[in-house]
Write a protein that binds this ligand. Structure first.
Ligand SMILES: [Fe+2]
Length: 234
């Protein structure tokens, strides 16, 4: 799928380039300030030792890339990409992997994430069922996010680039994560992944799964009405 964006590797991370590229970024200090990290102690120690870091950057392709803007205007679906950097929120090599803040949609619309580069874990929390699914994604994989879930991405052993398709009207509620984080996190410990439970939550079930590849991002350009249906739009 060619979105008109150049993705370059730089060490463990990815750089995104296209004409008139502009994005907004989320820093480690903000994640600490809002208490959405697993261990505030480790996070504050890391910040003290190494200074602030860009955890992720979001680029609104629907604002700048002509063919994406055209489809976005036609369908009412936004197309963004998130560049999630690699990092561990700890002064040691082991700890919580860098993540996106996490949110729930204000209106009950689905969203499709497609992994363009790297490796990620999608953490999806269904509060009404007290259940978390952690889904491992590799390049080319896509996931349909359920309308009521609170969702967040963690990087794997590298950074990642994720494309998202979501109705413009969906909205973002970050308050459902603020001050508590998510019931489960993703850690790298002795070079292995772990999924520790957040003590701020009680009795939440955890399921691990793998994502599979999909063509929804291509369908956005070829058969947009099908994508609208998939996302719960009329
Ligand atoms: Fe979302």
């Amino acid at each position: 799928m060619d979105l008109g964006v150049e993705i370059k590797e730089q060490g463990k991370n990815y750089l995104v380039n296209y004409e008139n590229a502009s994005g907004w970024m989320r820093s480690l200090s903000r994640l600490i300030e809002d208490e959405v990290v697993f261990s505030l102690k480790d996070a504050r120690e890391l910040l003290k030792q190494k200074g602030d870091a860009v955890v992720y950057e979001v680029f609104n392709l629907w604002k700048t890339i002509p063919k994406v803007r055209e489809m976005s205007e036609k369908t009412g679906i936004n197309c963004d990409i998130t560049v999630l950097n690699y990092g561990v929120i700890s002064p040691s090599d082991s700890g919580e992997l860098f993540f996106t803040y996490g949110h729930r949609h204000e209106k009950e619309y689905s969203e499709v994430y497609t992994l363009l580069a790297g490796e990620v874990f999608l953490v999806s929390y269904e509060e009404s069922r007290q259940k978390v699914t952690v889904m491992h994604m590799e390049k080319g994989d896509e996931v349909l996010i359920s309308p009521s879930s609170i969702h967040r991405l963690h990087c794997g052993r590298n950074g990642a680039v994720v494309a998202g398709l979501v109705p413009k009207e969906a909205g973002h509620d970050y308050n459902v994560v603020k001050g508590r984080g998510m019931p489960y996190s993703v850690f790298l410990k002795d070079n292995k992944y772990e999924y520790p439970k957040n003590p701020r939550f009680k009795d939440v079930e955890l399921e691990l799964s793998d994502a599979s590849s999909g063509m929804t991002l291509q369908s956005f350009f070829d058969t947009p009405d099908e994508v609208k249906k998939l996302l719960g739009m009329k």
